[in-house]
Design a protein around this ligand. Structure first.
Ligand code: MN
Length: 204
């Protein structure tokens, strides 16, 4: 049984050019994301009780996962959840700035949209090795910028992810080589703020 499935990209592989190149998108979606899904299915197959749980459910309650598969679930359900969000919050012809409540919350918390971007880029640059940088809603219902190692997701710390950027080398190395800072800056051109705003408004 293959319960967890790879979602289709909601646009063509080359749709995010020139900011994210076609070959990176192909490898990232068809190989990297696919392997998280396959490895997740492999990890949970001997525990039928887990078959009713979504990947999100699995990573929210990692302590409930049998110890022998906990690390595999953390990495692969995490990878599946993170990338599923990642494809959705990007879109061709987007970028710009958020509006409405999200814009207000960002200005209130970080001073301005530009200050928010600078802090987000900085957190992404400082993540040593592989991981993600996030805009989250904290347990106290405040916006914050955090970064996580590997495929960890903020829900593992009780935070709600609103927006996340993948800073693994596989996300940028073919085009940007070692220049992660350039990738972080360029990435804002493909952020789909309408989709991000929806996530702000989803109840926990
Ligand atoms: Mn990735």
């Amino acid at each position: 049984m293959n319960k967890h499935t790879l979602p289709d990209l909601p646009y063509d592989y080359n749709a995010l050019e020139p900011y994210i190149d076609e070959e990176t998108m192909k490898l990232h979606h068809d190989k990297h994301h696919a392997s998280y899904v396959n490895n997740l299915n492999g990890a949970v197959e001997k525990y039928p009780d887990l078959s009713s749980k979504s990947a999100d459910d699995l990573i929210i309650n990692l302590n409930d996962i049998p110890e022998d598969i906990r690390t595999a679930v953390r990495n692969n359900a995490g990878g599946h959840v993170n990338h599923t969000m990642f494809w959705q919050i990007m879109s061709p012809g987007k970028g710009g700035e958020p509006s409405g409540r999200l814009a207000e919350e960002i200005n209130k918390t970080f001073g301005s949209f530009g200050d928010f971007q600078n802090r987000f880029n900085d957190a992404g640059l400082k993540r040593f090795g592989s991981g993600w940088v996030w805009l989250v809603m904290t347990k106290d219902s405040k916006l914050d910028i955090v970064s996580t190692p590997n495929q960890d997701n903020p829900v593992m710390d009780g935070q709600k992810p609103i927006l996340g950027n993948d800073v693994w080398e596989h996300a940028y190395y073919l085009k940007y080589k070692n220049m992660r800072a350039d990738y972080l800056k360029a990435w804002w051109n493909v952020v789909n703020w309408e989709e991000v705003e929806k996530r702000l408004n989803i109840k926990n």
